[in-house]
Design a protein around this ligand. Structure first.
Ligand code: HEC
Length: 136
């Protein structure tokens, strides 16, 4: 192999490795720079508008109640969907950013009858900041 080709191959391999490490994070909306983000002050209002309609009451979808901090932290019948301190590895963030493999988990569901819209990158960034700051 010519030296030039070898250099190109090395460059390509390095690029692939660095892209792989943070590929998931790179696709997520950036974390909001707001400090002191809490469930009560910033997050509850987002969940109330976009999630609570289907995630409340005696039979919440996926057994996930989103009308209280305790309910959100408890998660679904499968377990927690919020990983305090690590928004990039929180299932809830992957669900609202449409990064789960299964599109059925994209939240709110893409064509829901209630007409509830997809969260904005700003809203997702705020929820990420809340989780990264400990989901208080
Ligand atoms: C119109 C109804 C509706 C709305 C609004 C809604 N969800 Fe859901 N959610 C569902 C249904 C139905 C399921 C069960 C989907 C499944 O099991 O495939 C679900 C499941 C989930 C799950 C678990 C997914 C899994 O595969 O384990 C999470 C997490 C979730 N929702 C979060 C949210 C969040 C966050 C919001 C608001 C941004 C939201 N949902 C808004 C109906 C809704």
């Amino acid at each position: 192999m010519k030296p030039f080709n070898l250099i190109l191959l090395t460059l390509a391999a390095n690029f692939a490795a660095s892209a792989g490490a943070s590929a998931q994070d790179a696709k997520l909306p950036p974390v909001s720079t707001q400090i002191g983000v809490t469930y009560t002050n910033q997050i509850k209002q987002i969940f109330d508008v976009s999630c609570v309609k289907c995630h409340t009451g005696d039979r919440p979808k996926a057994h996930l109640r989103m009308d209280s901090l305790a309910g959100v932290l408890k998660g679904t019948k499968m377990g927690p969907v919020v990983n305090p301190g690590d928004s990039a590895n929180s299932f809830l963030i992957k669900a609202v950013a449409h990064l789960t493999k299964d599109p059925d988990a994209w939240m709110p569901p893409v064509h829901n009858k209630a007409g509830i819209k997809t969260l904005t990158p700003e809203q997702i960034g705020l929820i990420r900041a809340w989780i990264d700051q400990g989901a208080k």
